[in-house]
Design a binder for this molecule. Structure first.
Ligand SMILES: Cc1ncc(C[n+]2csc(CCOP(=O)(O)OP(=O)(O)O)c2C)c(N)n1
Length: 562
């Protein structure tokens, strides 16, 4: 019988699942695992060494979002485990398949006050879809299979595997190493909805005069963009999206109404929802931001809801029809049902959408053309749209970037071109997620847009970017303030500004010190040349832009508190 060490078996299992990159940071409890990785150098996975385990988690997340493949990150026991956690939580709540491996002290040393000892299983229990400690080396293959099965089937999510030191050193039979085909990518083993629910949904839809779709992240995760377009066209229905749902339909499709909700929605897009006599939520939780605290649509509006997770359906709205299943299969089934009954419906939705967008973009354009100083966020969005290729991947942090890009940046291709960490919105996500996205789609221009608050959370990864030659473009919206919170103090707390301002940093100088080519821009006329040069440069770039703070801006935000 051929045997391998536990660490070798783990590496081989990940390879069998098609894992090409593993993002992580070293530690003493990881030494056998690193040695096994070292011995597969050049043949197996590539290890991407990060400067913070949080970043490793976010890189795995960004990689998974653009590829649809499981992202993998790793970190050591104790502090490493606590630091990798934010990446797993965000992925889990955003329905993205990310595996986090934390190494651990030996099982035999537990309870003896060994440095770094921590109950890692309990730490991850409420925050992951699947979570186990591997207690014995011979269990490694089946544990890895269980983790991949859980991450990729049903509602995708994150898994945590705790990998103790002695388990890494034990023996595993080579004959036990096999992977379930199809579980390296998500969603796997798709399930379709009850045909009776599909018939009921079709009848309700055909009786509606002005149905509107609101799509969440589930459409792009499921790859249901073509099916969505076909159903919307058959029904002549506008399609709005949540922030995560951007890319469900190309922004230049005549039925694409853009983002709705408190963060990125505008009065014009809200109006389309207010007029609807039926709303269809697809792969969307109908949460507080999307619905502006359940006001748009109003509670009385009839709702059809499609989601892979039955817990989501009817959580916030009473539903006329509940389609439990994968978005692609559900829309396909709906299309089949509709195609037998749709007959010459009046084509008025495209005009409604075009009018709403014309009004929204007229107001935007006026601000984008202003040459005020500090530079307006509108000008940054418009200029980036001008200089970036249409297939650029844009990763946005909370603060100014997320609502502004959601409202006004037009993604002209259907699919995953926009990424933001909408589950928990932790500052400092976008730089690392952009690195991961670059590894997933290396031929594409990947851009991270962050506030100066976010920059300070993640600046250490500039070293990773330079060391590995990752050619991402970074944009820092520099306003010297936690702007989102200051805007909240202005809107709801009598402008009693408290503990939100910080001093301005020259982020271009910081980036240059790491070896990144950088520009510092204060003059609105200098913005386009700097962004264009950064977009064209072949290596990593950073453009630091002194920007109007959010509390003074015309932000597309109707509520500052979620
Ligand atoms: C880790 C974390 N801590 C706190 C918050 C709360 N928060 C949301 S937006 C924001 C301000 C963001 O500031 P900055 O990155 O400078 O962007 P700006 O709002 O100024 O554009 C804060 C503190 C958060 N989202 N994440």
């Amino acid at each position: 019988m051929n045997t391998l060490s536990g660490a070798e078996a783990m590496v081989r299992m990940l390879e069998l699942y098609g894992v090409r990159y593993i993002f992580g940071l070293c530690g003493d409890t990881s030494l056998p695992f690193y040695d096994a990785l070292a011995r597969r150098r050049g043949v197996g996975m590539r290890h991407i060494l990060t400067r913070d385990e949080r970043s490793a988690g976010y890189m795995a997340d960004g990689y998974a979002r653009v590829t649809g493949r499981v992202g993998v990150c790793e970190g050591p026991s104790g502090g490493g485990a606590t630091y990798i956690l934010p990446g797993l939580v965000e992925a889990n709540e955003s329905s993205i398949s990310v595996l986090g491996i934390t190494t651990d002290i030996s099982t035999a040393s537990r309870g003896r006050y060994v440095l770094t000892e921590l109950d890692q299983k309990s730490l991850f229990r409420p925050l992951t879809k699947w979570n186990e400690v591997i207690e014995r080396s011979d269990k490694i293959p089946e544990m890895v299979r269980a983790a991949f099965r859980a991450m990729t089937t049903g509602r995708p999510g994150a898994a945590h595997l705790c990998f103790p030191f002695d388990v890494q050193q034990g023996k595993v039979s080579e004959a036990d190493l096999w992977a379930q085909p199809g579980h390296g990518a998500f969603p796997a083993w798709r399930c379709g909805p009850d045909p009776e629910a599909v018939r009921s949904a079709a009848t309700t839809l055909l009786a509606a005069r002005q149905p509107v779709f609101i799509c969440g992240g589930g459409v792009v995760i499921s790859g249901a963009e073509a099916e969505l377009a076909a159903v919307a066209e058959a029904l002549d229905a506008p399609v709005a999206t949540t922030i995560s749902g951007q890319g469900s339909l190309s922004e230049n499709h005549p039925l694409c109404a853009g983002v709705v909700g408190a963060n990125g929605g505008t009065p014009e897009t809200r109006d389309l929802i207010a007029r609807a006599d039926l709303v269809v939520f697809v792969g969307c939780r109908a949460g507080s931001v999307t619905t502006e605290r359940w006001r748009y649509p109003s509670r009385g509006t009839p709702v059809i809801h499609i989601d892979v997770d039955p817990e989501v359906l009817s959580a916030n709205y009473r539903v006329e029809a509940a389609l439990v299943g994968d978005a692609k299969l559900a829309l396909c089934a709906l299309l089949d049902q509709l195609s037998t009954s749709v007959d010459g419906r009046p084509h008025k939705a495209a005009k409604l959408v075009a009018d709403a967008k014309a009004r929204k973009f007229a107001a935007f354009r006026k601000l984008a053309d202003e040459t005020a100083q500090p530079i307006l966020p509108e000008r940054i969005v418009a200029t980036l749209h001008d200089v970036l290729p249409r297939d650029a991947v844009v990763v946005c942090d909370p603060g100014t970037p997320c609502p502004y890009f959601s409202a006004y940046y037009e993604f002209l291709e259907p699919g995953r071109y926009f990424i933001s960490n909408r589950a928990h919105g932790a500052l400092g996500y976008s730089m690392s997620a952009a690195v991961g996205a670059h590894f997933g789609r290396p031929q594409t221009r990947t851009v991270s847009v962050m506030g100066d608050g976010s920059f300070a959370f993640t600046a250490g990864e500039l070293e990773t970017i330079v060391r590995l030659g990752v050619p991402i473009m970074m944009v820092v919206i520099s306003n010297g303030v936690y702007g989102w919170i200051k805007a909240g103090q202005r809107a709801g707390f009598g402008e009693r500004y408290f503990s939100v301002d910080f001093s301005r940093t020259n982020h271009a100088c910081v980036a240059e010190a790491f070896g990144v080519k950088a520009w510092h821009v204060e003059d609105p006329e200098a913005l386009k040349p700097a962004l264009a040069a950064a977009a064209e440069h072949r290596g990593a770039t950073l453009v630091d832009i002194v920007t109007q703070p959010l509390h003074e801006a015309h932000a597309p935000v109707s509520e500052w508190v979620a």
